[in-house]
Design a protein around this ligand. Structure first.
Ligand SMILES: *[C@@H]1O[C@H](CO)[C@@H](O)[C@H](O)[C@H]1NC(C)=O
Ligand SMILES: *[C@@H]1O[C@H](CO)[C@@H](O)[C@H](O)[C@H]1NC(C)=O
Ligand SMILES: *[C@@H]1O[C@H](CO)[C@@H](O)[C@H](O)[C@H]1NC(C)=O
Ligand SMILES: [Cu+2]
Length: 667
């Protein structure tokens, strides 16, 4: 397959050029061109190519992106000068005010490459904060460590789109290992081969190769992109993907004045060097306090992310947790309430809260009203579970116009948290610490005054797409851990650790028989395997029919919460609770039959998500219509767990229902 991937790289090239016509575009694809004929306009040696503008308008860079112009400018060759020019997309023509029926074609290039936090580029940043903005320094927390960057950034550059835009992204793998890119939240309903899961929807992209992802932004919201191979997401291969709607289509448009990309925050727990066992810090947009230094939070030598606001305005902020370890975080902003309006890109009935929790891959959008004194305030992120053991927390600065621009807030980051001293009741959303031994859907209460809003009690603004009398096909699934003979910890779904198949399932599905190639809980049982006693590792594929109402009950046999993510679908959360006993969880099907698993009595406004935390010794119940045939990854989003086997693939539909994927000519 590698030979196929690389076929024709030397001998054949294809140049794809776009001629922008006022309202449309003509794509020219010419095969078998000699080198000399390639894009003569581009071949100016030593010229740094600004690929955001059209090649024939390169000398006229002051041109503002034209509303009517298409953003698409495909390229088919990448010389070193191009690669050195890769950066963010602040001036991309697809970054615009969204309007009904004005979708565009949008082209991006993402170079994924090895890099360093606090590398040689950062000399001056250590002493002068103003120097940090100088290109190409990834300062992080000031601890030198290898990273994998996207266009020299960690997190990678944010991509901003409007709903229905056609997206073309060339991902250049400049790592020394295979890679893929997943577009977390996009359904890929017309392009299942673009989901970016190695050996499920594509063959991995080899080092030095380019993969062209082409898909439609088939929904709006706070989404993100990240590598789906090994630990690459943990090393930094991730970025925001913001898909906006026209004003008229946005149910929360009136709640805020600004929706700025600089108010999109990616939080990540990081490790140092190749020590993949431990979370050592949490960063906010790649920056933050150094915990090793023992310096106070307000020391001027720390580098914090700054979010600027002007008094009197309301801002939409978008928070993503790129979680690597078991490190849920709590998010809040000093002296501010947050009006939470969306989760995982799905609008909810707004909840005014003091803060919220995130487990890996979850997102919350909220409106912040800049209605306090014009000062600097701490944006606070506090880590739990593995991050709590090291007392990891992080800050960023909410800086009002009129406050000293380079100063830090006065107190410590975690001081005065939750207004405890004020003895005011507080409201937190999505707390992962459920009250044990209570199977009801109500969440934890810390005191009588505190009100916690569990994930399942959030309400979607979109009613479910099925009638109330719908009968669901229920599939039971479990999350667990076991020790292999060699002492290795294996994480499992349905007591099976996932191993990668030798083919890519989507492309190779006609080459094998499912029954012999795939395994699942019942096929192993039929072979006499007892996965509760022995270690079961295989190509775990759960087959479900297409175009049916599906319900998944996921039981968590472990104490720790696991954020479970389903590709290809947005599901509705209709139940989430704690049973507290392992034997109950092992018999969850029976308990369910006896009515012990609480479901929303009316699922019409059940919250829509793509990732949900399954509480420790608890369960969740998800519903969706399986109207997207294909191979969809279903896995724990904690990187270390997924790498160690807590993953499976849902095969939705039969082979004939799944889009046929022709082999691609690499050009
Ligand atoms: C996107 O396409 C869908 C389906 O065709 C349509 O309902 C929606 O209005 C479109 N959105 C925009 C912003 O044009
Ligand atoms: C669980 O919580 C609900 C709501 O707070 C309460 O009504 C119920 O009695 C609790 N059940 C148990 C077993 O504690
Ligand atoms: C499990 O595997 C068996 C045998 O291959 C198959 O008949 C069955 O449909 C599979 N079940 C699921 C849920 O994938
Ligand atoms: Cu997990």
């Amino acid at each position: 397959m590698i030979a196929t991937n690389r076929w024709g790289r030397e001998s054949k090239r294809c140049c794809c050029q776009l001629i922008g016509v006022l309202l449309g575009a003509v794509l020219w694809c010419c095969l078998d061109l000699g080198e000399a004929q390639l894009q003569p306009q581009l071949e100016q040696p030593s010229a740094k190519i600004d690929w955001i503008t059209f090649p024939w308008s390169r000398n006229n860079r002051t041109n503002r992106p034209n509303q009517l112009a298409t953003g698409l400018q495909l390229k088919d060759d990448y010389d070193p000068a191009d690669v050195s020019g890769f950066s963010g997309f602040e001036r991309h023509p697809c970054r615009r005010v969204c309007q009904q029926g004005q979708s565009q074609s949008c082209y991006y290039q993402l170079v994924v490459h090895n890099y360093r936090r606090l590398g040689a580029e950062c000399q001056r940043c250590q002493y002068d904060e103003r120097a940090c903005a100088a290109e190409n320094c990834i300062y992080g927390d000031g601890v030198s460590s290898p990273v994998m960057a996207v266009n020299r950034m960690v997190p990678g550059p944010a991509i901003e789109l409007c709903e229905n835009d056609t997206v073309v992204v060339d991902v250049l793998n400049y790592l020394n290992e295979p890679s893929t890119m997943h577009w977390h939240g996009i359904h890929m309903s017309r392009s299942p081969e673009m989901d970016g899961v190695a050996h499920a929807t594509q063959y991995p992209v080899e080092p030095g190769e380019v993969y062209r992802y082409e898909f439609q932004a088939d929904r709006s919201g706070t989404l993100w992109y990240h590598s789906h191979v090994g630990w690459q997401r943990g090393f930094g291969v991730a970025g925001n993907l913001i898909v906006r709607q026209p004003h008229q289509a946005n149910p929360h448009a009136r709640l805020y004045d600004y929706d700025l990309v600089e108010h999109a925050i990616m939080v990540q727990d990081i490790f140092y060097d190749y020590n993949l066992q431990q979370a050592r810090n949490i960063l906010i947009n790649g920056k933050g306090r150094n915990h090793l230094s023992q310096l106070p939070d307000q020391d001027a030598r720390h580098r914090y992310e700054r979010l600027r606001v002007t008094p009197g305005y309301r801002y939409r902020m978008r928070i993503v947790l790129n979680g690597i370890f078991n490190c849920p975080v709590e998010f809040s902003i000093e002296q501010h309430k947050l009006l939470i309006i969306s989760t995982d890109g799905n609008d909810i009935v707004p909840v005014l809260a003091d803060g919220f929790f995130l487990t890996s891959a979850e997102r919350f959008d909220f409106v912040l009203e800049a209605n306090q004194l014009a000062k600097n305030y701490w944006i606070r992120v506090r880590g739990y579970e593995q991050c709590e053991e090291r007392k990891l927390y992080q800050g960023a600065v909410l800086s009002y116009r009129g406050a000293a621009r380079s100063e830090l807030p006065l107190g410590d980051i975690m001081e005065d948290q939750r207004g405890r001293e004020l003895d005011e009741p507080t409201t937190f959303v999505n707390d992962f610490r459920f009250k044990p031994l209570n199977a009801s859907i109500s969440a934890l209460r810390k005191s009588n005054k505190d009100k916690d809003v569990g994930t399942v009690s959030l309400r979607s603004v979109e009613p479910v797409p099925w009638p109330s009398y719908t009968k669901f096909l229920t599939h039971y699934s479990s999350l667990s851990m076991r020790q292999a003979q060699n002492g290795e910890q294996l994480f499992q779904i349905d007591e099976i650790s996932y191993i990668l198949p030798g083919i890519s399932m989507l492309q190779g599905r006609h080459l094998y028989q499912d029954d012999s190639y795939f395994c699942n809980r019942s096929s192993l049982a039929a072979q006499g395997r007892n996965c509760a006693r022995e270690v079961c590792e295989c190509v775990h594929v759960i087959r479900l029919p297409a175009y049916r109402p599906i319900e998944m009950v996921v039981a968590n046999h472990m104490d720790a919460t696991h954020p479970i993510h389903l590709h290809g679908f947005t599901f509705r959360l209709v139940g989430q609770g704690v049973l507290g006993s392992l034997s109950d969880l092992r018999n969850i099907r029976e308990l369910d039959r006896r009515g012990r698993l609480a479901r929303l009595s009316d699922d019409n406004a059940a919250v829509a998500k793509d990732t949900v935390q399954v509480p420790g010794l608890g369960y969740v119940i998800l519903r969706f219509i399986s109207d997207n045939p294909g191979f969809w990854s279903y896995h724990c989003h904690i990187e270390s767990h997924a790498v160690q086997g807590m993953a499976a693939v849902l095969k939705i539909g039969e082979n004939y229902q799944i889009k046929s994927i022709p082999a691609r000519v690499r050009c």
